[in-house]
Design a protein around this ligand. Structure first.
Ligand SMILES: Cc1cc2nc3c(=O)[nH]c(=O)nc-3n(C[C@H](O)[C@H](O)[C@H](O)COP(=O)(O)OP(=O)(O)OC[C@H]3O[C@@H](n4cnc5c(N)ncnc54)[C@H](O)[C@@H]3O)c2cc1C
Length: 547
């Protein structure tokens, strides 16, 4: 158990200080949100920005679930356009533009190249992407163009040459998902809300009429229990929504089932440049991306329905083989298992077939809002790109159900914590901190010993661990190496090598002892070994999750 006495709690984002607000008696929150992924954090920002008394509780860390495991695209969804889902694409293209405007430190414009091996495909996808541009209207990022073979070879030097007829260059957004989650949590607090990680909701409170009146939550660090009163409770727990729905109605049939998507990460030499590769239709009819990210390349993804879910889903061998083989069919130098630096899996909540009840209202094809007779609101589905619109829709319902005074949504132009209007190259390796970059640099300048790099292959310095503990609510080695810095997702072996030093710095910051440090290193190493691709017959230690 962690003694939650932190050495530095002057930050506006100190867990200790925020938790004190739960200890006050007789407080009734306007809105309590369960789940600190994209969906829950979006709702928390919307609610706090409208001026409601807002609390968000996350059982592990912000973005521990699916929200740190995406393809890192802020996109309209070329695939949905091909499926004719016009309204979803319109909505997502607008949200893409807003996110670029409100979080420019984390979202950037990414050129994508579709190589064509038939004239028909070049024309077909070319016209489709021109329509995509046109639909974006004033939120268009750049102009789609049909290009010749030589241009494709220049933009994607490793692409398969044989039969190449040219291609299409189009533009979408790219981002750092887990860092956006942390910045949203900070934005919520700046707007007057409270967010807490390592706080698990284990039951709902109800009155005699069966209406939900709050939640019971446990601090996963200390075991302390809290009884929290609320006018409206929102279930934003991703693939875990069934568990909260069952707290409401014990025999509730599952409303969602998980579908797994896997990514494989290799070094940048497999793309050789800043352009992403997009394969709109692989031989077995799927979409495959190869996206440059923090000096590495992400290949993905798959879509595998599963019967069970977990916070640490495991990639199936056939998913890894599919990605490597399919990517290999389009590349001159083909990635193999030994090139894989990290492999990670995420779970999409899919509507369970035939389980839609009369109370389920489909707001759009992209996300669902489910209003239970008890007043519990569940929001599920959708994508990272549309989190803001999902939140706006959810709060529209919450205001009615909770009997809250009507207040308009104001997140269309709300800047997310760290937003920098004028990007500068001054703090190149710290640019993802946005407006905080100079403060991280100042910390390293004041304490030169913190300017030391954590690993020879990465630019991250020790000051960033201190910063994460003091200002970004990082509580464990995993919080730092998986979600504040993204090393676990980029290179699992390097992350394991960094763990002892990160544990030592964190222990000092969080006033923890040697035993805590050793436990942290052991827990993280076991978890990270699941991101490493071992030979087929190797066995790995069991991963332990912090709940
Ligand atoms: C493989 C893959 C690739 C994707 N790529 C993209 C992409 O490129 N672009 C895009 O826009 N979208 C993408 N998406 C979709 C996007 O990632 C998801 O829509 C989004 O992350 C879902 O967020 P969420 O908050 O609903 O769920 P989650 O991120 O899973 O969050 C739910 C949270 O609830 C917490 N929780 C559960 N139970 C409790 C409890 N009892 N108490 C407290 N907390 C609890 C969990 O710990 C978890 O952190 C992708 C999805 C997948 C699976």
């Amino acid at each position: 158990m962690i003694d939650s006495k932190q050495k530095h709690d002057e930050s506006f984002f100190s867990r200790l200080k925020l938790k004190q607000q739960l200890e006050k008696d007789d407080v009734i929150w306007d809105v309590v949100i369960i789940g600190g992924g994209a969906t829950g954090l979006g709702v928390a920002v919307d609610a706090a920005a409208r001026g409601y008394k807002t609390l968000l509780l996350e059982q592990v860390d912000f973005a521990k679930g699916t929200s740190s495991r995406s393809t890192k695209l802020v996109h309209g969804g070329v695939r949905y356009l091909a499926q004719g889902d016009i309204s979803l694409v319109y909505e997502a293209l607008r949200e893409r533009g807003l996110l670029l405007q409100n979080a420019p430190h984390l979202v950037s414009v990414q050129p994508f190249v579709i190589p064509s091996y038939s004239w028909f495909n070049k024309l077909f996808y070319g016209i489709g992407l021109k329509v995509y541009d046109w639909m974006a209207g004033r939120y268009r990022l750049n102009k789609t163009s049909l290009v010749g073979k030589a241009t494709v070879q220049r933009l994607l030097p490793n692409v398969k040459q044989e039969g190449l007829k040219g291609g299409i260059v189009y533009y979408d957004g790219q981002f750092d998902d887990a860092r956006l989650a942390v910045n949203l949590a900070q934005t919520c607090v700046e707007q007057g809300g409270v967010v807490l990680n390592y706080m698990k909701v284990d039951d709902l409170l109800k009155n005699a009429a069966g209406k939900v009146t709050g939640v019971r939550a446990q601090d996963m660090e200390t075991g302390q229990e809290f009884t929290i009163n609320a006018k409206v409770v929102i279930n934003a727990t991703g693939v875990f929504v069934n568990e909260v729905l069952q707290m409401d109605t014990p025999n509730q049939e599952p409303l969602v089932r998980p579908s797994q998507g896997v990514h494989v990460v290799v070094n940048s030499s497999f793309l050789k440049g800043d352009n992403a590769l997009m394969l709109p239709k692989t031989p077995d009819g799927r979409v495959l991306f190869a996206v440059p990210w923090y000096g590495h390349v992400l290949f993905g993804t798959t879509d595998t329905p599963l019967d069970s879910y977990s916070l640490e889903p495991t990639a199936l061998e056939q998913e890894i083989d599919f990605i490597l083989q399919t990517a290999g069919q389009y590349l001159e130098r083909k990635p193999t298992r030994k090139d894989v630096l990290s492999v990670f899996a995420g779970l999409r909540p899919l509507a369970a077939l035939g389980k839609d009840s009369g109370s389920t209202k489909e707001i759009s094809r992209s996300h669902k809002l489910i209003m239970a007779p008890s007043g519990l609101i569940t929001v599920t589905g959708g994508k990272w790109t549309t989190y803001r619109k999902m939140a706006e829709d959810t709060m529209g319902k919450a205001i009615k159900i909770g009997g809250l005074p009507a207040k308009a949504c104001n997140t269309v132009s709300l800047k997310i914590h760290g937003a920098l209007l004028n990007k500068s190259d001054n703090f190149k390796n710290l640019s993802f901190y946005g407006a905080d970059a100079h403060r991280v640099a100042a910390l390293a300048a004041k304490h030169p010993e913190l300017g030391v790099k954590l690993h020879k292959s990465f630019p991250y310095i020790e000051a960033e661990v201190v910063w994460a503990a003091r200002n970004e609510m990082a509580r464990t080695v995993e919080d730092v190496l998986a979600r504040r810095l993204r090393v676990l997702f980029l290179d699992a072996k390097a992350a394991i090598e960094m763990a002892p030093r990160v544990a030592a710095i964190l222990a000092d910051e969080l006033t923890q002892d040697e035993i805590w440090q050793q436990r942290q290193i052991g827990t993280f190493t076991a978890l990270a070994s699941h991101y490493l691709l071992e030979p087929h017959n190797a066995t790995k230690p069991k991963a332990v999750t912090h709940i």
